[in-house]
Design a binder for this molecule. Structure first.
Ligand SMILES: [Zn+2]
Length: 844
């Protein structure tokens, strides 16, 4: 195909992809700075030297860059032109390569049309598994037909050197340049801000980005960005998801420093009668490095920043969904605000940024139920879930509503048609939140704390509206965990209003008893008050001192029935969801996480504690066992439309990456089920049957985690280290006092082992000898596990024989018993996540 035709094809695809690409891009979520993709500025502005340019002029000039027609190179296969970034190789085999015009003498991009090839071989087992999940092979090996490439590194010099060696000289090709102009204009906006950051920084972190038109895959991204903890990113936008094929750091590389920390926030918010916000925020920031000028805040795209000023009231340059209309933002915008300092930062320097913003982030679900839609970004927020800061909130809201917020409430007054209240954090918070509505409320006060439960005033109504989506028997989502991606939320279902006020009191009591239960495992409840507020939808969320609980959890069993909830979902909303959120008061709001790879820990512990609490409340119903069985069943299943079982979607540390076009609800399907099992297996291994407190070791481990990692991040490596500090000899399957085997298989691995035994017995002087073989399938050959075996003689109870350490597909064992067993039972106590089949006794 002639090159121009290929270019048209490619760029047409890019144009189609651009619309999808423009939503909150994964790369920007993961702090690549590649945010603010905007479809604007098709007018070429003059490109001039940037010495005295304002950030906005420089940004406009970067957007306006086009191909330099005189810098086109014709490549043939013999030239072997290639670029390497980390372990990723890109070969430009045959076709046209044209550089963008330089800016201040520096070239920042090129367009390629022709035939090329790219290869990448991630070494990490989790990444290999994901490559195979998305591409069918654990490596990237793709031909491509076109490329749009931007960089602040030395890619241009590298190519020119290669062109020189190959005796290639530039040619004038105006047709290629003009053909590509509109598309280059569209694509530039996705990279201008990232390039701008390096241009403004005294310590730039040169990066490389390529959008490649894959022959088999369609357009995909290849990013090498030292600003990210994991420099290499391969992936693509598909449907409304960003599928991350692989994301990893180059071996030996250090994570980028955190440039700025927010120390305290002072937020003044007015909720207007139409529920829109008019707000200002002062964020006190400390520079942790020198030489940087750009700070990236999270701020909902639904809020429009009107001014950003410094301590002296001087306006600062900022970028927020540049050039988009309000309507365009809602579809294609992102939830980031980049602020540019007038001078490069000095390490240790402190300053305050002042923001004024307006917009509507409150949704009205009807019946007086309001709901803060932008949960993570209703104010300019800097940092992640392990960046704890102090908060002062001033809220003004319509007089007829009640408002609950994080922190200790200082006062509330009526002023005309409004109420005004103040809250201040008494402990550091990773995030602040509020909720409001026409609430009825009820309080439970004890010496230690006050629990206020708020639910909609218009009770028992509209229950006849059966909810289709609620009637399935699938396990409901637990919560939408704190996510720094601004990502997707499940469509908010509109359940009926909640049950009467006495139910509120009951819920308050139950929550108080869950707090007392959790204090054993997690230490003192960290806040003086806990506000429990109802939200529409099927999920909950645990803010510091403030819970959002699904309406379904407020309903009586009878009302849940009328709402069409299946028995399993009723149990989930009544027994698990509220208490999972209570457990987040420690696990998430005291013990934080900063890398998406560690988010699973707080979710898993919070969920497992909720199962233990449910179990403790109804001992006869064996709730723990029931839920573990449900979760195991879920892990074995293929969800509708999926080509793998839930257990094979991906490993726990993938966090939000588990949600993809291949598994839209991968996070909740994998994290709660597998995560709960992982914590359960640890508890079982630490257990001392017959001891006064068989769980003493497990409890001590959690107490250590909650104190040692209070108000900072707990990583997966930290967790492994803390378990290794308390592990028993029986847990040491590898004999080197390491839990590496456990983390490799259960945390970073996928899949569930299946066990089967064959055995025979014969009588000797010492007793009956049981000899047999344990077969392990469904996991890699290197998989090891301690598998408890029990003898059964047809009676109700099983007799423990011992544990066999299964190593590989087949392991022999023998035991001596006092009576020949009729059958062997594999792990009847459910200490191990596995499936089993009927045991077989072979003839002597
Ligand atoms: Zn959760």
């Amino acid at each position: 195909m002639p090159h121009l035709a290929i270019l048209i094809l490619f760029l047409r695809t890019i144009a189609a992809a651009l619309f999808r690409n423009a939503e909150c891009d994964y790369t920007s979520c993961m702090r690549s700075g590649a945010a603010a993709i905007a479809l604007w500025c098709l007018l070429a502005l003059p490109v001039s030297p940037a010495a005295d340019q304002s950030p906005h002029q420089l940004y406009d000039a970067l957007n306006a860059l086009r191909i330099d027609p005189a810098a086109t190179y014709q490549l043939v296969a013999a030239n072997r032109i290639e670029l390497r970034r980390g372990d990723v190789e890109v070969f430009f085999e045959e076709g046209k390569l044209a550089f963008l015009a330089p800016i201040d003498g520096r070239t920042t991009g090129f367009v390629f049309s022709g035939r090329g090839h790219t290869l990448a071989f991630p070494r990490d087992v989790v990444e290999k598994q994901q490559m195979a999940h998305f591409l069918g092979a654990p490596v990237l090996d793709q031909e491509f037909l076109g490329a749009y490439v931007r960089f602040t590194d030395d890619a241009a010099d590298d190519l020119l050197r290669q062109f020189h060696s190959a005796n290639l000289s530039p040619q004038l090709d105006s047709a290629f340049a003009s053909l590509s102009a509109p598309f280059v204009a569209q694509f530039n906006t996705s990279q201008s801000l990232r390039i701008l950051e390096d241009r403004l920084s005294q310590t730039p972190k040169p990066y490389f980005y390529a959008a490649l038109e894959g022959v088999e895959t369609g357009t995909f991204d290849l990013l090498f960005d030292p600003q990210r903890r994991e420099q290499v990113l391969l992936g693509q936008r598909r449907k409304s998801y960003y599928d991350v094929w692989a994301s990893y750091s180059v071996p030996g590389s250090a994570p980028p420093p955190v440039d700025f920390h927010a120390l305290d926030y002072s937020i003044d918010t007015t909720v207007l009668p139409d529920n829109s916000l008019d707000a200002s925020a002062a964020v006190h920031v400390r520079s942790e490095t020198s030489g940087e000028r750009v700070l990236m805040f999270q701020l909902s795209r639904a809020l429009h920043a009107e001014t950003v000023t410094d301590d002296q009231g001087k306006p600062l340059a900022y970028f927020q969904n540049e050039g988009m209309t309000l309507q365009e933002r809602s579809v294609r915008g992102n939830d980031y605000l980049h602020v540019v300092l007038p001078q490069p930062s000095q390490k240790g320097q402190e300053f305050t940024l002042h923001f004024h913003y307006r917009g509507n982030v409150i949704e009205n679900a009807g019946n007086g139920v309001l709901f803060v839609g932008a949960r993570e970004s209703w104010y300019p927020h800097l940092g992640d879930q392990a960046d704890f800061a102090s908060y002062e909130l001033t809220m003004r809201w319509p007089r007829h509503l009640k408002l609950v917020a994080t922190g200790a409430k200082l006062d509330e007054q009526i002023s005309g048609d409004s109420r005004v209240g103040h809250w201040r954090s008494d402990k550091p918070l990773a995030i602040a939140g509020f909720n409001l509505g026409e609430y009825a409320s009820n309080s439970i006060a004890t010496e230690a704390r006050t629990i206020d439960v708020y639910a909609n005033r218009q009770l028992e109504q509209a229950l006849s509206n059966r909810l289709d989506s609620a009637s399935s028997d699938a396990l409901p989502p637990i919560d939408i965990p704190f996510s720094m991606s601004g990502g997707r939320s499940r469509e908010a279902m509109r359940p009926p209003p909640p049950s009467p006020a006495d139910a509120l009191k009951q819920l308050g009591k139950e929550i108080d008893s869950s707090i007392r239960f959790y204090e054993t495992f997690s230490g003192h409840f960290p806040f003086r008050t806990l506000s429990v507020s109802q939200i529409p939808g099927t999920f909950g969320q645990g803010w510091p001192g403030l819970l959002y609980i699904s309406t379904f959890s407020f309903l009586s069993a009878e009302a849940q029935n009328r709402a069409g909830l299946s028995a399993t979902r009723q149990e989930a909303f009544t027994d698990i969801v509220p208490y999972h959120e209570v457990a987040h008061q420690w696990w998430g709001n005291v013990v934080g996480w900063s890398d998406y790879r560690d988010q699973w820990i707080d979710e898993a512990i919070a969920n497992y504690l909720a199962l233990l609490f449910a179990d403790s409340r109804k001992p006869s119903q064996h709730e723990l066992r029931v839920w573990l069985e449900r979760y195991r069943k879920q892990l074995e299943e293929k969800m509708p439309g999926a080509d793998t079982t839930v257990a094979e979607i991906g490993a726990l540390p993938l966090g939000n990456r588990l949600n993809s076009s291949k598994a839209p609800f991968g996070f909740e399907e994998v994290i709660y089920s597998k995560g709960s099992w992982v914590i359960h297996m640890l508890r079982e291994m630490l257990r001392q049957p017959g001891a006064k407190d068989p769980d003493a070791r497990f409890t001590a481990l959690l107490r250590t985690l909650s104190t040692k990692y209070a108000y900072r991040a707990l990583s997966t490596a930290d967790l492994q280290h803390e378990i290794e500090a308390v592990m028993t000899p029986a847990m040491d399957l590898e004999g080197c006092r390491s839990m590496e085997w456990f983390f490799e298989q259960w945390v970073r691995g996928t899949g569930i082992p299946h066990y089967r035994v064959e055995f025979s017995t014969h009588h000797t002087d010492k007793g009956d000898v049981v000899r047999g073989r344990l077969f392990q399938t469904g996991v890699p050959h290197s998989f090891i596990a301690s598998v408890p075996l029990y003898a059964n003689n047809g009676l109700a109870h099983n007799v423990y024989l011992g544990a066999v350490v299964a190593a590989g597909p087949e392991t022999s064992f023998h035991f001596v018993t006092q009576a020949p067993p009729r059958k062997l039972v594999i792990d009847p106590q459910m200490t191990l996540l596995c499936t089993t089949s009927q045991t077989e006794k072979t003839e002597e």
